[in-house]
Design a protein around this ligand. Structure first.
Ligand code: PEP
Length: 235
Protein backbone atom coordinates (compact mmCIF):
# COMPACT_ATOMS: atom_id res chain seq x y z
CA UNK A 1 0.00 0.00 0.00
CA UNK A 2 1.47 3.35 -1.09
CA UNK A 3 0.20 6.78 -0.06
CA UNK A 4 1.62 9.72 -2.03
CA UNK A 5 0.94 13.40 -1.31
CA UNK A 6 0.77 15.68 -4.35
CA UNK A 7 1.39 19.18 -3.04
CA UNK A 8 0.70 20.84 -6.43
CA UNK A 9 1.89 24.49 -6.34
CA UNK A 10 1.87 24.76 -2.54
CA UNK A 11 4.66 24.97 0.05
CA UNK A 12 7.77 27.05 -0.45
CA UNK A 13 11.14 25.57 0.63
CA UNK A 14 10.97 26.66 4.28
CA UNK A 15 7.40 25.36 4.67
CA UNK A 16 8.35 22.11 2.97
CA UNK A 17 11.23 21.57 5.40
CA UNK A 18 8.98 22.28 8.37
CA UNK A 19 6.27 19.91 7.08
CA UNK A 20 8.75 17.10 6.44
CA UNK A 21 10.38 17.44 9.86
CA UNK A 22 6.92 17.09 11.42
CA UNK A 23 6.12 14.13 9.14
CA UNK A 24 9.24 12.31 10.40
CA UNK A 25 7.75 12.34 13.87
CA UNK A 26 4.19 11.39 12.86
CA UNK A 27 2.61 7.93 13.13
CA UNK A 28 2.18 6.89 9.48
CA UNK A 29 0.98 3.34 10.06
CA UNK A 30 2.47 0.66 7.83
CA UNK A 31 2.05 2.12 4.32
CA UNK A 32 4.87 3.31 2.07
CA UNK A 33 4.80 7.11 2.04
CA UNK A 34 5.93 9.58 -0.62
CA UNK A 35 5.63 13.37 -0.77
CA UNK A 36 5.67 15.32 -4.04
CA UNK A 37 6.66 18.96 -3.44
CA UNK A 38 7.09 21.60 -6.15
CA UNK A 39 10.56 21.59 -7.80
CA UNK A 40 11.94 24.46 -5.71
CA UNK A 41 11.13 22.65 -2.46
CA UNK A 42 12.52 19.22 -3.39
CA UNK A 43 15.97 19.77 -1.86
CA UNK A 44 14.53 20.88 1.46
CA UNK A 45 12.26 17.84 1.54
CA UNK A 46 15.08 15.44 0.63
CA UNK A 47 17.27 16.91 3.39
CA UNK A 48 14.50 16.86 6.00
CA UNK A 49 13.58 13.25 5.21
CA UNK A 50 17.14 11.88 4.96
CA UNK A 51 17.58 8.52 6.71
CA UNK A 52 13.82 7.88 6.76
CA UNK A 53 11.67 5.52 4.70
CA UNK A 54 9.62 8.44 3.32
CA UNK A 55 10.32 9.08 -0.37
CA UNK A 56 10.40 12.43 -2.16
CA UNK A 57 9.10 12.63 -5.74
CA UNK A 58 8.69 15.44 -8.27
CA UNK A 59 5.40 16.35 -9.97
CA UNK A 60 6.69 16.14 -13.54
CA UNK A 61 9.85 15.42 -15.56
CA UNK A 62 11.05 16.21 -19.08
CA UNK A 63 11.98 13.46 -21.54
CA UNK A 64 15.36 14.86 -22.58
CA UNK A 65 18.45 14.64 -20.35
CA UNK A 66 19.27 18.28 -21.11
CA UNK A 67 18.64 20.78 -23.89
CA UNK A 68 16.96 24.01 -24.94
CA UNK A 69 13.69 23.41 -23.05
CA UNK A 70 13.10 26.55 -21.03
CA UNK A 71 11.34 25.91 -17.74
CA UNK A 72 11.74 22.13 -17.82
CA UNK A 73 13.61 19.78 -15.46
CA UNK A 74 15.18 16.45 -16.43
CA UNK A 75 15.43 13.04 -14.77
CA UNK A 76 19.23 13.24 -14.21
CA UNK A 77 18.70 16.62 -12.51
CA UNK A 78 16.13 15.08 -10.17
CA UNK A 79 18.36 12.09 -9.47
CA UNK A 80 21.21 14.38 -8.48
CA UNK A 81 18.94 16.03 -5.88
CA UNK A 82 18.25 12.65 -4.30
CA UNK A 83 14.68 12.50 -5.58
CA UNK A 84 13.14 9.02 -5.65
CA UNK A 85 10.50 9.36 -8.35
CA UNK A 86 7.99 11.56 -10.14
CA UNK A 87 4.35 11.97 -10.97
CA UNK A 88 3.66 12.03 -14.73
CA UNK A 89 0.53 12.95 -16.68
CA UNK A 90 -1.47 14.51 -13.86
CA UNK A 91 -4.83 15.71 -15.18
CA UNK A 92 -3.87 19.31 -14.37
CA UNK A 93 -0.87 18.88 -16.72
CA UNK A 94 -3.15 17.32 -19.36
CA UNK A 95 -5.83 20.03 -18.89
CA UNK A 96 -3.75 23.20 -18.59
CA UNK A 97 -0.35 22.42 -20.14
CA UNK A 98 -1.08 20.37 -23.24
CA UNK A 99 0.11 17.00 -21.91
CA UNK A 100 -0.88 14.17 -24.25
CA UNK A 101 -0.72 10.37 -24.11
CA UNK A 102 2.40 10.60 -26.31
CA UNK A 103 4.28 13.05 -24.08
CA UNK A 104 3.23 11.09 -20.99
CA UNK A 105 4.90 8.00 -22.47
CA UNK A 106 8.05 9.96 -23.36
CA UNK A 107 8.31 11.33 -19.83
CA UNK A 108 7.76 7.93 -18.22
CA UNK A 109 10.38 6.32 -20.47
CA UNK A 110 13.00 8.93 -19.53
CA UNK A 111 12.19 8.70 -15.82
CA UNK A 112 12.39 4.90 -15.76
CA UNK A 113 15.62 4.93 -17.80
CA UNK A 114 17.23 7.08 -15.11
CA UNK A 115 15.97 4.98 -12.22
CA UNK A 116 13.09 7.15 -11.05
CA UNK A 117 9.89 5.51 -9.81
CA UNK A 118 6.83 6.79 -11.66
CA UNK A 119 3.24 7.50 -10.64
CA UNK A 120 1.44 7.85 -13.99
CA UNK A 121 -2.01 9.45 -13.78
CA UNK A 122 -5.05 8.49 -15.84
CA UNK A 123 -8.75 9.20 -15.52
CA UNK A 124 -11.86 10.38 -17.28
CA UNK A 125 -13.51 13.81 -17.13
CA UNK A 126 -17.07 14.26 -15.92
CA UNK A 127 -18.30 14.71 -19.50
CA UNK A 128 -16.57 11.51 -20.57
CA UNK A 129 -18.11 9.55 -17.66
CA UNK A 130 -21.58 10.96 -18.43
CA UNK A 131 -21.18 10.03 -22.10
CA UNK A 132 -20.34 6.43 -21.09
CA UNK A 133 -16.76 6.80 -22.33
CA UNK A 134 -14.88 5.93 -19.13
CA UNK A 135 -13.74 2.52 -20.31
CA UNK A 136 -12.63 3.83 -23.72
CA UNK A 137 -10.67 6.69 -22.12
CA UNK A 138 -8.90 4.37 -19.68
CA UNK A 139 -8.16 1.86 -22.45
CA UNK A 140 -6.61 4.66 -24.54
CA UNK A 141 -4.58 6.24 -21.71
CA UNK A 142 -3.35 3.02 -20.09
CA UNK A 143 -2.94 1.30 -23.48
CA UNK A 144 -0.55 4.07 -24.59
CA UNK A 145 1.59 3.45 -21.50
CA UNK A 146 1.49 -0.34 -21.95
CA UNK A 147 2.49 -0.04 -25.63
CA UNK A 148 5.24 2.52 -24.98
CA UNK A 149 6.94 1.32 -21.82
CA UNK A 150 8.84 -1.97 -21.64
CA UNK A 151 10.12 -1.82 -18.06
CA UNK A 152 7.17 -1.38 -15.71
CA UNK A 153 8.86 -2.59 -12.51
CA UNK A 154 9.06 0.95 -11.10
CA UNK A 155 5.70 2.12 -12.43
CA UNK A 156 2.40 2.55 -10.67
CA UNK A 157 -0.77 4.00 -12.17
CA UNK A 158 -2.94 6.49 -10.31
CA UNK A 159 -6.60 6.32 -11.33
CA UNK A 160 -7.80 9.86 -10.79
CA UNK A 161 -11.26 10.62 -12.17
CA UNK A 162 -10.98 14.29 -13.11
CA UNK A 163 -14.43 15.04 -11.68
CA UNK A 164 -13.20 13.94 -8.25
CA UNK A 165 -9.99 15.99 -8.12
CA UNK A 166 -10.21 18.92 -5.74
CA UNK A 167 -14.02 18.83 -5.90
CA UNK A 168 -14.82 16.94 -2.71
CA UNK A 169 -16.70 14.42 -4.91
CA UNK A 170 -14.90 11.16 -4.16
CA UNK A 171 -15.55 8.13 -6.36
CA UNK A 172 -17.48 5.49 -4.46
CA UNK A 173 -15.39 2.46 -3.48
CA UNK A 174 -17.35 0.50 -6.12
CA UNK A 175 -16.54 2.97 -8.91
CA UNK A 176 -12.88 2.98 -7.89
CA UNK A 177 -12.74 -0.82 -7.72
CA UNK A 178 -14.32 -1.21 -11.17
CA UNK A 179 -11.89 1.27 -12.75
CA UNK A 180 -8.87 -0.25 -11.00
CA UNK A 181 -9.79 -3.75 -12.17
CA UNK A 182 -10.06 -2.44 -15.73
CA UNK A 183 -6.69 -0.66 -15.52
CA UNK A 184 -5.03 -3.82 -14.20
CA UNK A 185 -6.57 -5.90 -16.98
CA UNK A 186 -4.75 -3.62 -19.45
CA UNK A 187 -1.47 -3.24 -17.55
CA UNK A 188 -0.61 -5.35 -14.51
CA UNK A 189 0.87 -2.76 -12.15
CA UNK A 190 -0.25 -1.42 -8.75
CA UNK A 191 -3.03 1.18 -9.01
CA UNK A 192 -3.51 4.10 -6.59
CA UNK A 193 -6.81 5.93 -6.27
CA UNK A 194 -6.81 9.74 -6.35
CA UNK A 195 -9.62 12.26 -6.09
CA UNK A 196 -10.71 13.92 -2.84
CA UNK A 197 -9.19 11.24 -0.60
CA UNK A 198 -9.67 12.36 3.01
CA UNK A 199 -9.19 10.86 6.47
CA UNK A 200 -12.91 9.90 6.43
CA UNK A 201 -12.89 7.88 3.20
CA UNK A 202 -9.33 6.50 3.03
CA UNK A 203 -10.07 3.22 4.82
CA UNK A 204 -13.07 2.17 2.68
CA UNK A 205 -11.21 2.99 -0.54
CA UNK A 206 -8.07 1.15 0.61
CA UNK A 207 -10.21 -1.88 1.51
CA UNK A 208 -11.10 -2.50 -2.15
CA UNK A 209 -9.17 -5.48 -3.54
CA UNK A 210 -7.64 -3.62 -6.49
CA UNK A 211 -6.85 -0.37 -4.67
CA UNK A 212 -3.14 -0.40 -3.86
CA UNK A 213 -2.88 3.02 -2.29
CA UNK A 214 -3.80 6.66 -2.72
CA UNK A 215 -2.59 9.81 -4.44
CA UNK A 216 -3.74 12.63 -2.21
CA UNK A 217 -3.87 16.32 -3.17
CA UNK A 218 -5.50 18.84 -0.82
CA UNK A 219 -5.62 16.59 2.22
CA UNK A 220 -1.86 15.94 1.99
CA UNK A 221 -1.00 19.56 2.80
CA UNK A 222 -1.69 19.19 6.51
CA UNK A 223 0.53 16.80 8.47
CA UNK A 224 -2.21 15.47 10.74
CA UNK A 225 -4.67 14.89 7.91
CA UNK A 226 -2.02 13.22 5.72
CA UNK A 227 -0.78 11.06 8.60
CA UNK A 228 -4.35 10.02 9.41
CA UNK A 229 -4.92 8.98 5.78
CA UNK A 230 -1.72 6.91 5.94
CA UNK A 231 -2.89 5.19 9.12
CA UNK A 232 -6.42 4.61 7.77
CA UNK A 233 -4.98 3.04 4.61
CA UNK A 234 -2.72 0.74 6.66
CA UNK A 235 -4.63 -2.50 6.28
C1 PEP B 1 -4.46 15.18 -6.99
O1 PEP B 1 -4.10 16.31 -7.20
O2 PEP B 1 -3.79 14.25 -7.46
C2 PEP B 1 -5.66 14.96 -6.19
C3 PEP B 1 -6.14 13.76 -6.11
O3 PEP B 1 -6.20 16.07 -5.56
P1 PEP B 1 -7.36 16.06 -4.42
O4 PEP B 1 -6.99 14.98 -3.43
O5 PEP B 1 -7.26 17.43 -3.82
O6 PEP B 1 -8.64 15.78 -5.08
Amino acid sequence: MLVAGNWKMYKRPAEAGEFCRALREADLGTVDVVVCPPYVSLSEAVAALAMTEIGVAAQNVHWADEGAFTGEVSAPMLRELGVYGTIVGHSERRQYFGETDETVVQRIAAAVKHGLHVIACVGETEAEREAGETEAVLRRQVGAIRDGIVDVDDLVIAYEPVWAIGTGKTATPEIAQEAHALVKSILAVPVLYGGSVKPENAAELAAQPDVDGALVGGASLDVESFATICREASI
